[in-house]
Design a protein around this ligand. Structure first.
Ligand code: FAD
Length: 477
């Protein structure tokens, strides 16, 4: 009997366009996920991501089993478990999809070396990005620091590889007797029990490959055409909501890009705009690859000297959606309830924390890391640094979003605010983004008492703006 292959699954929990699984499709194979809470340097998953992972693994286990394979789970340091399992199984090959964080790359290098010592071939694939970070380089061979130049080069490199089809059959290899101990999904205790806060997540999402595909199909048929104009509006279903599916690799960016290209037709501008958003994801991964401390240190070093304030009450009000600014609060409550927040609202909520409250962007990044289903090592850190002004190609430091004007512009009827802040639901649109300025009869009609049913603004916008500009100007100087 020929030796089996070992497929080590990580952030690539799918069968479609999955080169590591395709490589093992015509032979017997072990399919393994390692829940690694033991290797140094790996960032523990946040609560929402743990919830997602549990559902995603269950979905993948089902799909693999339906094709004749079997997904097993190990817990511990992957750098030891994978070589041990490969040796025990007498595997000839180990396949995996590449990752781009420094700790992950270190682990993979160690596994590769241990496998080589044992005479086992290791082969890694790109399944997470449209192009590898090292493929998109300046003329001088360096990393791009500006998105437009990065993206121009990315596009100029030609068409993306066509996505692979999911294998119809898989062949489960027998679990070897000399092998690390398997655990069950339940052993990992990834889903919250006491209290179980995941109700809103379960109502919003269907983790797994099928859910990802359904989101893509819906987006292409219902929302792509208007994407360029409508994507900034949080009051409708105007974006794809593919981010957590991409984060866990339940759908490949190549599959998404191919579907967008196929639908290009008369949605030319929308298709380009959407692909450029995938481009920001590529750019963020390229930044992470070149600057592994992206979530820990300012990409522009001088921002490390910024004197952020300690403001526990402010941080708590922000996290709970009780700042008194309805658009910020609606976003933070959407996040808490669903594990998601619309992109424009993320920018405004993040800007509020950093610039209105002068709280360190890392505090916000951590909160998002814990609460977002799409919490992503590259996109989250890069986006927070973008808002802080400390990142590559970041928002200019003097851009301080006015949450009232942003609300009036992007949620003009207040539908988004009404949805997430029920205590303001009956307030007229004219006042919904600045309830503290509403005349008392309008407040009375809506049953709103500022300071009692809904908070007063925790900081005055004009004051906060001046304060932030002064502090930020000092850094620039
Ligand atoms: P669409 O508009 O449908 O975009 C399609 C895909 O493009 C997204 O799924 C995502 O993979 C990618 N994308 C879109 N915008 C960006 C962007 N600005 N940067 C990088 N990739 C992008 N995105 C995450 O995936 N994970 C995060 O942890 C994350 N944290 C963020 C934190 C802040 C403070 C901000 C301002 C943005 C953050 N984003 C993050 C980027 C963006 O908000 C989300 O990707 C987007 O809202 C997801 O919704 P969607 O899938 O409907 O997006």
């Amino acid at each position: 009997m020929s030796s089996p292959a070992l497929v080590w699954l990580r952030d690539d929990l799918r069968l479609d366009d999955q080169p590591a699984i395709a490589a093992a499709a015509d032979r017997s194979a072990l399919f393994v996920y390692v829940y690694d809470d033991a290797s140094p340097g790996l960032r523990p998953l946040g609560g929402a991501s743990r919830w997602w992972l549990a559902k995603s693994l269950a979905a993948l286990r089902h799909e693999i089993a339906a094709r004749g394979g079997r997904l097993d789970i190990l817990r511990g340091p992957a750098g030891e478990l994978i070589p041990e399992l490969a040796r025990g199984a007498g595997a000839s090959h180990v396949y995996w999809t590449r990752r781009y964080g420094a700790a992950e790359i270190e682990i993979d290098k160690g596994v590769k070396a241990a496998l080589a010592d044992a005479g086992i071939a290791a082969k890694s694939f790109n399944g997470q990005l449209l192009r590898e970070p090292w493929e998109v380089r300046t003329e001088a061979g360096g990393a791009f620091q500006v998105f437009t130049a990065f993206w121009r080069r990315h596009r100029a490199l030609g068409a993306y590889a066509a996505p692979l089809r999911a294998p119809e059959r898989l062949h489960a290899a027998r679990w070897p007797s000399e092998a690390p101990r398997r655990v069950s999904l339940e052993d990992l205790a990834l889903t919250p029990l006491k209290p179980d806060w995941s109700g809103g997540l379960a109502e919003t999402w269907r983790p797994g490959e099928e859910g990802a595909r359904a989101r893509l199909d819906r987006f292409v048929s219902e929302a792509l055409e208007d994407y360029a104009e409508a994507r900034d509006r949080p009051d409708g279903r105007n974006t794809s909501m593919l981010s957590p599916h991409l984060r866990f690799g339940e759908i490949s960016p190549r599959r998404v890009a191919a579907a967008i290209e196929a639908a290009r037709g008369d949605a030319e501008g929308a298709a380009d705009k959407y692909l450029a958003e995938l481009g920001w994801r590529e750019f963020s991964y390229s930044l992470l690859y070149d600057f592994p401390d992206l979530a820990k240190r300012a990409w522009r070093a001088r921002f490390e000297n910024f004197a952020y304030r300690e403001d526990r009450a402010g941080l708590r009000a922000w996290a709970r959606g009780r700042t008194g600014y309805p658009l910020v609060d609606a976003g933070m409550r959407e996040l808490w309830a669903t594990g998601y927040m619309h992109n424009r609202v993320r920018m405004i909520a993040a800007s509020f924390l950093i610039k209105h409250l002068l709280i360190d962007w890392r505090r916000g990044e951590s909160w998002f890391w814990d609460t977002l289903c799409d919490a992503d090592p590259a996109n989250n850190a890069a986006s927070w640094q973008w808002v802080a002004g400390s990142g590559a190609d970041a928002a200019p430091y003097f851009r301080i979003f006015n949450p009232v004007l942003q609300g009036q512009r992007f949620d003009p009827e207040g539908a988004y605010v009404r949805r997430w802040i029920p205590e303001l639901a009956r307030l007229e649109a004219a006042h919904i983004h600045s309830p503290w300025l509403a005349p008392s009869d309008a407040l009375a009609r809506a049953g709103v008492t500022i300071g009692r049913t809904y908070p007063e603004p925790i900081v005055d916008h004009a004051f906060a703006r001046r304060r932030a500009l002064e502090k930020l100007a000092a850094i620039k100087a």
